[in-house]
Design a binder for this molecule. Structure first.
Ligand code: FAD
Length: 394
């Protein structure tokens, strides 16, 4: 069997690439390790930049999102019992959309497989990439039912299999550079079966550690609590979680937290990495497969979508018009934005974590960052531009 493009991974990146290819009539195959049910239910991101939403809309992929997502125009910082409201839409004219990642993945997989007639195989095991430097690469995998290894030939391979996938490992070590950053903290990621406790995203900077509040829907809210790296979620029973959230997010005039059952409780290692370049021979990486961004500034899924737009459009131009300019500039264009978002995440991370670092120098500097946002219109405008992702780079 031969496909013009084989896409490994059916996350936001892979499904967006697949949809763009199908819209242009390009034949492609998506290979996914999980089941359809698993990918349609896995909760992760929720905050999507307006520019990413417009990119999806232009490609006919945002109908449900535009009907159902909430638009956010402000966020709130809490520090020392005070609330600092930051009106980013007033500064940029742009807003954030809140739409759970699993809803977007569900929309994308339906559009790809059920509407645009794209082929997708779920539950594949042990995916391997072959002959990437030759003109005829191939991808092999083990079928979930028969246990047999199948081989498909591919004109191009899109490696969209996330941070733990196999595509990245196919890049020869001597030809890539992996840059890593460790924030030195953990985040306990929580999903509570409870309505949001504020009308916007809330960031709590507290001597006991950072705490975050992010609406997901009218029934479910995501919370974060900074914790030691490698902490055991078992150390965080229900009562401790809510007591700590109340303490760290407490502020004068703040509505009380709406408590609820914890649906998810896991410790995220807060680290980031970037793989350069994002292409090798006929393999192109997109999304978390190429760059992991700790969820400090809610950038990971947005970057995955921006990569996918460029890669999808570049593959279509190559395969339908023989125009290779998009693909040849793909890695450099993506990386300019990836580094911009990495740097912003690091800047914001220091503001979140400095207060609890135990180092009075870092704590003082973190407070200076917060004061500058609320004391300098120029600093506020620059922050809003980065937080909203309104500037295109590269
Ligand atoms: P993934 O979503 O990881 O998709 C990769 C797919 O490949 C998966 O379906 C996987 O099953 C499949 N796969 C893996 N290995 C193989 C293999 N060997 N063979 C075949 N298939 C394979 N980002 C934001 O922008 N905003 C947020 O608010 C935000 N919040 C987050 C909160 C949390 C708790 C977490 C963990 C992340 C958050 N992110 C956020 C980051 C975001 O979820 C990721 O950046 C995004 O999922 C990346 O999409 P992707 O398509 O590149 O990879």
């Amino acid at each position: 069997q031969h496909f013009s493009v084989v896409v490994v991974g059916a996350g936001p990146a892979g499904l967006t690439v697949g949809n763009i290819l199908r819209a242009a009539g390009v034949d492609c195959l998506v290979l996914e390790a999980g089941t359809r049910d698993f990918i349609e239910r896995r909760p992760r991101a929720g905050v999507i930049e307006e520019r990413a939403v417009r990119g999806l809309e232009r490609r006919g992929l945002a109908r449900n999102l535009l009907e159902r997502a909430q638009a956010h125009t402000e966020c709130e910082f809490r520090f020392d019992g005070e609330r600092y409201r930051f009106e980013y839409t007033r500064l940029t004219g742009s807003h954030h959309f809140v739409y759970p990642q699993q809803f977007l993945v569900t929309d994308l997989v339906r559009e790809y497989a059920d509407v645009r007639g794209g082929e997708i195989r779920f539950g594949v095991r042990d995916v391997r990439l072959h002959g990437l430097e030759s003109g005829r690469p191939s991808v092999s995998y083990v079928c979930p039912d028969s246990g047999e290894r199948r081989v498909v030939e591919a004109g191009f391979v899109a490696g969209c299999d996330g941070a733990r996938g196999v595509s990245r490992a196919a890049l020869p070590p001597g030809r890539v550079r992996v840059a890593r950053h460790d924030y030195g903290v953990g985040w306990l990621a929580l999903l509570a079966e409870a309505p949001p406790s504020a009308d916007c995203v809330v960031f709590g900077m507290h001597p006991r550690g950072f705490a975050g509040h992010m609406a997901r829907s009218s029934e479910v809210t995501r919370y974060y609590l900074q914790c030691p790296p490698g902490d055991d979620p078992g150390n965080w029973p229900h009562e401790r979680v809510w007591a700590e959230l109340r303490e760290r997010l407490g502020a004068v005039g703040a509505p009380p937290l709406e408590e609820g059952r914890l649906l998810e409780r896991r410790v995220l290692e807060m680290h980031s990495h970037v793989v350069e370049p994002m292409a090798f021979g006929r393999l192109f990486l997109a999304g978390d497969a190429a760059h992991l961004t700790a969820p400090i500034a809610a950038k990971g899924m947005n970057l995955a979508l921006y990569d996918a737009f460029l890669l999808g459009d570049g593959l279509v131009a190559q395969l339908t018009q023989g125009d290779g300019t998009g693909l040849s500039g793909y890695s450099a264009t993506c990386l300019a934005q990836v580094w911009d978002y990495q740097e912003f995440s690091e800047w914001l991370g220091e503001m979140y974590h400095g207060t609890a670092s135990g180092d009075p120098y870092r704590a003082g500097a973190a407070l200076a960052r917060l004061r500058r946002l609320f004391g300098s219109p120029l600093a506020a405008a620059a922050f809003a531009e980065q937080y909203l992702g309104t500037r295109t780079t590269g």
